[in-house]
Design a binder for this molecule. Structure first.
Ligand SMILES: [Zn+2]
Length: 170
């Protein structure tokens, strides 16, 4: 997955989470477990505007949350609770539930399955998102990305939906 330049330094590397192949930025450290530094950095830049607006704008805050859950659902560490795909389920499929839609994170963590195998292939990554940002609005891109990530998790939908319902009712 990685190419090297003449001096033997890698020019690109594949993200261990989402598989996005991105240029290696020398000296860039990752702030996201399960992600390559370049991938985590690209996500940080892509949602920076949302992060700045989120304090005053509820829609930006909801969009930031959806983007973060989509990103986290592609960068799970094995053996940790699959809380991010459970939150995606709540946001995409339980948004109109009459019960409080936002199950507290602690409950989601408790209900989240721990032994799921993440999808081997992802339809859309943050690299696709960033590439389309010039021609498509960020909200439309984030929603399409979140839908694609949730769809990629399809083999585990039964467990994830059960956990989402558990987080709502427990
Ligand atoms: Zn990644």
């Amino acid at each position: 997955m990685s190419r090297t330049d003449a001096a033997g330094h890698p020019e690109t590397s594949g993200c261990p989470g989402c598989g996005a192949v991105l240029a290696v930025v020398p000296g860039l450290a990752t702030d996201h477990p399960g992600a390559s530094p370049s991938c985590a950095g690209l996500f940080r830049v892509t949602v920076r505007g949302l992060r700045e607006e989120a304090a005053q704008d509820l829609r930006a805050a909801a969009l930031l949350r959806l983007a973060t859950d989509a990103y986290d659902a592609q960068h799970l560490l094995s053996g940790t609770p699959a809380a991010a795909p459970v939150r995606l389920c709540l946001e995409l499929e339980r948004a109109h539930d009459p019960r409080p839609a936002a199950a507290p994170d602690g409950r989601v963590d408790q209900a989240a399955p721990r032994s799921l195998t993440p999808p081997a292939h992802w339809t859309t990554t943050v690299a696709d998102l960033a590439a389309d940002l010039d021609v498509v609005d960020l909200p439309a891109l984030v929603h399409a990305w979140a839908d694609a990530v949730w769809h990629d998790w399809a083999p585990a939908h039964r467990e994830l939906r059960a956990a989402a319902d558990g987080a709502l009712t427990s």
